[in-house]
Design a protein around this ligand. Structure first.
Ligand code: NAD
Length: 265
């Protein structure tokens, strides 16, 4: 697309082995960007193969656990050493639960602290580490766009979502706003994307009971779950100069779900 200008930009995507992050990495490659995929899973290497096939620029995969601050520092340093700069960071890695410990929509008095900590560790602390190191590089080069995957669950209470997920994503929104304030004078923009329910490995209807899927669809005016490719247009806009006066925003992409004042439970 002529209106999107991330060709030859150096892009990092965390959580890029599957779902939304993978779709964003593919879309960036198709726009001619140099793409670095990072994920805790080894399957990031296979994912990078698919991204390479989608574009013409260089594609590199990195195994990195965002909960490890040293690993994140190394990741960001490796990206800048290999590509000379870092123009766009999609900070997207996240989890919504801990199998066996955490039930979506479960009661607060039954919530194991270990499950709370684990979700916070990935979704909030992991984002903090990534934000810190991307900001370090982008402040120095005095340019950059950081796009964080938050969630509509960070903007309101949602009946079928876990406590730590909602709390972590609300905190993510605060972190994005605060970082945008500091980084604006360095020419670095920071925005959040807030997707509604998207069919992926964490958010998909696959393992969920049919009734739960139907309940979600009832709460989406467009009457369907999102697909990862539904998120990429907004992601590319926030990455590119087409959004050059947009920072500190939270951009909802949810088939209209947030327009409803009440969700059927
Ligand atoms: P997904 O499970 O398909 O992708 C998440 C990726 O993050 C996986 O590849 C996973 O291996 C990786 N990851 C998990 N922990 C990590 C860690 N510690 N370090 C590095 N990588 C790690 O799920 P998705 O739905 O594509 O999720 C992407 C983002 O979108 C998450 O932040 C999620 O909270 C957010 N989100 C998803 C939905 C949805 O309905 N799917 C809705 C709103 C927001």
């Amino acid at each position: 697309m002529d209106t999107l200008r991330i060709d030859r930009r150096v892009v990092l995507v965390t959580g890029a082995a599957s779902g939304i992050g993978h779709a964003i990495a593919r879309a960036c490659a198709a726009e001619g960007a140099t793409v670095h995929l990072a994920d805790v899973s080894d399957s990031v290497h296979e994912a990078a193969g698919k991204v390479t096939a989608a574009g013409s620029g260089s594609v590199t995969s990195h195994v990195c656990d965002v909960t490890d601050p040293d690993a994140v520092r190394t990741l960001v340093d490796d990206v800048t050493a290999a590509s000379g700069r870092l123009d766009v960071a999609f900070l997207n890695a996240g989890i919504n639960g801990v199998p066996s410990l955490l039930q979506p929509g479960g009661a607060i008095d039954e919530l194991p602290f270990a499950a709370w900590r684990r979700v916070m560790d990935v979704n909030l602390d992991g984002l903090f580490h990534c934000l810190q190191h991307c900001a370090r590089v982008m402040k120095e080069q005095r340019s950059g766009s950081i796009v964080v995957t938050a969630s509509t669950a960070g903007l309101r209470a949602e009946p079928r979502v876990s406590y730590p997920y909602v709390a972590s994503k609300a905190a993510v929104v605060g972190l994005v706003r605060q970082a945008s304030l500091e980084l604006a004078r360095f020419g670095v923009r920071v925005n959040a994307l807030a997707p509604g329910p998207v069919v992926t490995n964490i958010g998909g209807p696959g393992p969920r009971p049919e009734a739960a899927v139907a309940a979600w669809e009832d709460s989406i005016p467009m009457r369907r779950w999102g697909r990862p490719d539904d998120i990429t247009g907004a992601a590319l806009l926030l990455a590119s100069d087409d959004s050059s006066w947009m920072t500190g925003g939270v951009h909802v992409v949810d088939g209209g779900a947030s327009a409803l004042t009440q969700i059927p439970s």
